[in-house]
Ligand binder design. Structure first.
Ligand code: EPU
Length: 342
């Protein structure tokens, strides 16, 4: 049976730690349990009203009380589903903590997840958000995503090629938003060495230790992240608050002519577009380490907004909106949140 609790303090379930209350939370630990709930009168009543899914709560900001149902998976388990000379394929329940799965894979010397170490996320959210860091995205290792379809109450296994993965985008944020609940994700990991060290300061950090194993790369990524990103257990935050905009090449070339030090990245899927660094723009506006009320900009990485203690979601949004306006005024660029604002 699912576990239903009422009057939930969302500060305990979100990494921002901003206070807000939800009417109820429904926690499920097996797909059958979830299906039985969805088919029940109670489930139908709850889902006929406002509802949303929360994973580890590391990418969601509640700006007001949530008058509705929060659905959360506590499903755990990593199962090897296929083993060949080249690959190990694993099926992981949606409620597993992402970084526990990365640790599991690197401890076994398997390749593919190491660059995505220490990203706060659940397994379900890794697919929704196509989480990414250091030149790797979750889609590079996702083979398929299992969901429960809410209209038919059946399960489906959606192959990665149909998930419409893009930069922090997927079908689960678009066509299937509100229509499907992810129950498990299957990842394909490689047994042969496939290190990807070309992003930013990763290579020098790995060279420094000389450990080129998945575990060594995991340790290097953790060291870089620790130096730049605040620990959500100590300072409320949701990682990058904004996305890096992907803009037409001509627009980026004009910006680059005006601001020669602006970092620019290729976008694999789109050759006529380039990605620019929002963190660099916010930094150049002088926001790093500054605050507006109880919400601030992290001193080591301008892309990360932080809760300085007791900030409400509205205060964080006031800061975010102010920054968006200043970026637009100076660079003529619209930036949008990566964080899911509710
Ligand atoms: N930069 C600055 N000042 C800053 C921040 C960045 O000048 O305050 C410059 C950096 O020097 C670098 C460029 O901007 O030249 C890009 O910065 P960085 O490599 O730190 O990465 P990012 O673009 O800021 C993205 C992801 C992060 C991910 C890193 C590393 C997004 C929105 N963010 O950040 O993901 O860890 O790359 O791969 O794409 C997250 O999604 O929550 C997240 C932390």
């Amino acid at each position: 049976m699912v576990r239903i609790s009422e009057n939930i303090n969302l500060a305990e379930y979100t990494s921002f730690g901003a206070h807000a209350t939800a009417t109820r939370m429904v926690e499920w630990s097996t797909t059958n349990e979830l299906l039985a709930y969805l088919a029940s009168d109670e489930g139908k009543e709850h889902l006929s009203d406002r509802w949303t899914i929360l994973g580890e709560g590391c990418n969601t900001l509640f700006t007001k009380d949530f008058l509705g149902t929060i659905i959360r998976s506590t499903a755990k388990g990593i199962t090897i589903t296929e083993e060949s000379a080249e690959h190990t394929t694993i099926r992981v329940a949606a409620g597993e903590v992402w970084d526990d799965v990365v640790a599991w894979s690197t401890e076994r010397g398997l390749w593919g997840m190491e660059n995505l170490s220490a990203i706060p996320s659940s397994v379900g959210a890794s697919a929704v958000q196509n989480i990414g860091a250091y030149g790797t995205e979750a889609k590079d290792v996702i083979e398929s995503v299992e969901v429960v379809m809410l209209d038919t109450l059946t399960t489906e296994n959606i192959p990665s090629s149909k998930c419409k993965f893009g930069y922090r985008e997927s079908i689960f944020k678009e066509e299937l938003a509100g229509k499907a609940i992810i129950t498990a994700v299957t990842y394909r990991l490689s047994k042969s060495a496939t290190p990807r060290l070309d992003y930013g300061t990763l290579r020098p950090e790995v060279e420094r230790t000389g450990d080129y194993t998945p575990q060594g790369i995991r340790n290097a990524v953790r060291a870089i992240r620790d130096s730049k990103l605040p620990d959500p257990k100590k300072i409320g935050n949701a990682g990058s608050f904004f996305k890096n905009p992907i803009l037409p090449r001509e627009q980026v070339e004009r910006l680059k002519a005006q601001y020669p030090t602006m970092p620019v990245y290729d976008v694999a899927e789109e050759s006529d577009k380039l990605k620019i660094a929002t963190g660099w723009m916010i930094d150049s506006l002088g926001w790093k380490g500054k605050a507006l009320g109880r919400a601030g900009v992290h001193a080591n990485q301008a892309l990360v907004l932080i809760n300085l203690g007791g900030a409400t979601g509205e205060e964080v949004m006031a800061l975010a909106n102010r920054i968006c306006g200043e970026v637009k005024d100076k660079f003529g660029v619209d930036i949008s949140p990566e964080v899911n604002v509710l």
